[in-house]
Design a protein around this ligand. Sequence first.
Ligand code: NDP
Length: 284
Amino acid sequence: MTDTITLNDGVKIPAVGFGTFLIPADGSTYKAVREALDAGYRHIDTATAYYNEEEVGNAVRDSGIPREEIFITSKLWVSHFGYERALIGVERSLKKLGMDYMDLYLLHQPYGDVAGAWQALEEAKKAGKIRSIGVSNMTVKIWNVYVPHFATMPSVNQIECNPLAQQKEIRKIMGAGNVKVECWGPLGQGNRTLLENETIRAIGEKYGKNSAQVILRFEVQEDMITLPKSANPERIRSNLDIFDFALAEDEMNQIRALDTGKPSHDPDAPGVGEYLISHYPIND
Ligand code: NDP
């Protein structure tokens, strides 16, 4: 079972969620989400652009766990940005999931008519179709363009974040509005430099924990929400087994010192929005 964090709108979110990016919708997502729910995860992260919302919804329903005990996040894709399109995008996600509300819905990427899309999310929240709303992949530069003009402060910004890329600048700005970080790529997307880091390995040895568990524990102790993905039943379980130990402050500092300040993905780079739209087409 996982710790819970309270968002700036009062909604409670489990600190560890199950990531589903790149798990295919060929029965694999269904299987992985069922495994995750059996293992004790109560928070699932999907997106329109993962093409697997339907399997997530089926797995949640078939688990027999009451809907209100599971926290479901999905995301609006850029092809549905702008006010009118976003209203359609919200309904599309609800229909695919087979649910009458989502716990959290994010603007997946900060390109195109972000302001119009945000307004639609605010309305959907008021209408009870979404409990909390947030953004994703916002850098300091992008945040400063949009967020000061939003009527509602986002509850989260889901960004690439792990011990090698700790996002200290944007976290400072977000902290002012009590906006929580959700870490995507919390395990460095399987990056060996991170998973084989000697400092992390040595800390894990002390607690009888593997490096992934130390990394995820670090992220949670930093008051961040973390979303490890695995399609492997053993790793699905072990990634949640991080609530029976705590890192000491000097260990937190050792891991804080591993930050390179360089995430692998740069949302500010020219052409990123165009690239994403052409690589992840959503045609309805
Ligand atoms: P992760 O950092 O979660 O890494 C996933 C990779 O690590 C997979 O290859 C997985 O392999 C491997 N792995 C998982 N557990 C372990 C372990 N214990 N030891 C060693 N390797 C392990 O990357 P993701 O990109 O999946 O990010 C997590 C989630 O964040 C996504 O699934 C998605 O929900 C979200 N996300 C959001 C984005 C956004 O733009 N908002 C962008 C990217 C991700 P295996 O499956 O074989 O275990």
